[in-house]
Design a protein. Structure first.
Length: 442
């Protein structure tokens, strides 16, 4: 049974603010790629009339060397962002860094196979040396970026730094093969996530997740100290936000109860991200991690079953007085299902899924993130695949529509929530997501 049903610091009411206005500056610390949470935040900044600035992670050339964007690439990236991009490569992580003349972590993984990876050993001292090189490279680039930003941010403006970096999966074929079994495999293809985290391959991955997902938030906060001090000395305000994940409260048997996706290996880095915000808060820096609901994105699609917690959002829309607009979302979703299947029956399947003994066993907040199990894989992946099969088109899923709704809500919740923030970590659960959506559409 769960150790708790409520998240410790949830945003319960729709926030409103007038802090950010025309002429203030929004800085996206992470390049904008495809669909994801960052889009919603940028939309809010644009609505407020803020000047939008961004960065790039850079690109790799034919020799795998990190480089800035070409003129053509920069033009395309700035058009997508809707603002100017500082063209200094800020590729996070260290899997392709190493002291001169020595192998990178990626090179060290090249000999691993599906048969050998669990027993293959890595030179962890050398891995640490690679990490040192990668971190210094990143910090040096942050310093260059901040020097340029310092000249672009007047002291008379409020500033919003939005950290969006996440990931860190080592670029090795063996890791992708292992990940496919851990996150997608059941039956004979099932693989325990504990096998990965106990291996040297897994230890490297966890270190890289920390660097990309969490530590870059610290480097941003530290690197922008001069800008922050200058702006605050002029009586203006600076905010930092980051995207977290630590499970979400959804409607289960009529009550908002915390649940999570298992196994979310990056969860360790997401908790580190929370700790960085908490430590910054102690020093007067208003840095807030918003733990967002599960959605389908380009990067989350590897986690089969992560989307199952989206379906109860339909019920939350009605629970929070969505009226006719909530009914319209049900109808939109119904139209995506094959004849003979209904949203009501789908939600009944989700209710049974959440009520199962297997899933209840993973609603353990204190133990998060937990390892997977064969029973979990069978229940979660089986349910996910079964629901996908009742759609008319597996490229037009209900979860695509619901993900877009969550993104629409998360933008204003974070944007206005950061302005009024009173804590370093907030959960955006289905109750406030539904309230936000209903307030936008009613």
């Amino acid at each position: 049974m769960p150790t708790t049903t409520k998240t410790p610091s949830a945003l319960r009411d729709v926030p409103h603010s007038s802090l950010y206005q025309k002429g203030d500056v929004f800085v996206l610390f992470g390049e904008l790629f495809g669909r994801g949470y960052a889009n919603g935040l940028i939309n809010e900044a644009r609505k407020a009339g803020m000047t939008i600035l961004g960065i790039t992670v850079g690109r790799r050339d034919a020799d795998n060397q990190l480089r800035a964007l070409t003129a053509e690439e920069l033009t395309a990236a700035e058009a997508q962002l809707g603002g100017k991009i500082i063209n200094v490569p800020l590729m996070a992580g260290f899997d392709q860094d190493a002291p001169a003349g020595t192998p990178t972590p990626t090179d060290m993984l090249s000999g691993m196979t599906l048969q050998s990876w669990q027993t293959d050993k890595l030179d962890m001292a050398h891995i640490e040396a690679c990490r040192t090189v990668g971190v210094q490279r990143f910090k040096d680039s942050v310093a260059q970026v901040m020097a340029q930003l310092d000249n672009m941010i007047p002291a008379t403006t409020n500033v919003f730094f939005a950290h969006t970096m996440a990931g860190g999966i080592p670029k090795a074929k063996v890791f992708l093969a292992v990940a496919n079994r851990i996150y997608k495999g059941r039956g004979a293809r099932f693989m325990s996530s504990r096998c990965l985290t106990d291996s040297d391959l897994g230890k490297l991955a966890l270190m890289n997740f920390d660097e990309v997902t969490a530590n870059t938030f610290q480097y941003l906060i530290d690197g922008s100290a001069a800008i922050r001090n200058r702006v605050q000395a002029a009586g203006k305000q600076v905010r930092y936000t980051a995207y977290g994940y630590h499970g979400t409260e959804i409607l289960i048997d009529g009550e908002y109860i915390w649940q999570t996706y298992t196994n979310y290996t990056q969860g360790h880095a997401k908790m580190r991200l929370e700790r960085i915000a908490q430590e910054a808060w102690k020093h007067g820096v208003k840095a807030t991690v918003f733990n967002c609901p599960e959605i389908r994105t380009n990067s989350s699609d590897i986690f089969v079953g992560v989307e199952l917690s989206l379906f109860p959002l339909l019920q939350a829309l009605k629970e929070e007085d969505g009226a006719a607009w909530a009914d319209a979302q049900w109808q939109t979703c119904q139209a995506l299902l094959q004849d003979g299947h209904s949203v009501d029956s789908l939600l009944a399947t989700i209710s049974s899924y959440n009520a199962s003994e297997t899933m209840q066993g993973f609603r353990n907040f204190a133990a998060w993130p937990m390892d997977n199990s064969e029973a979990l894989a069978e229940t979660m992946i089986g349910t996910s695949e079964g629901i996908t099969q009742i759609h008319k088109d597996n490229k037009a899923l209900i979860t695509d529509h619901l993900s877009s709704l969550v993104l629409e809500a998360a933008g204003p919740l974070m944007f206005h929530g950061a302005a009024n923030t009173e804590a370093p970590v907030y959960w955006l659960n289905h109750d406030v997501v539904a309230k936000q959506l209903n307030s936008l559409h009613l």
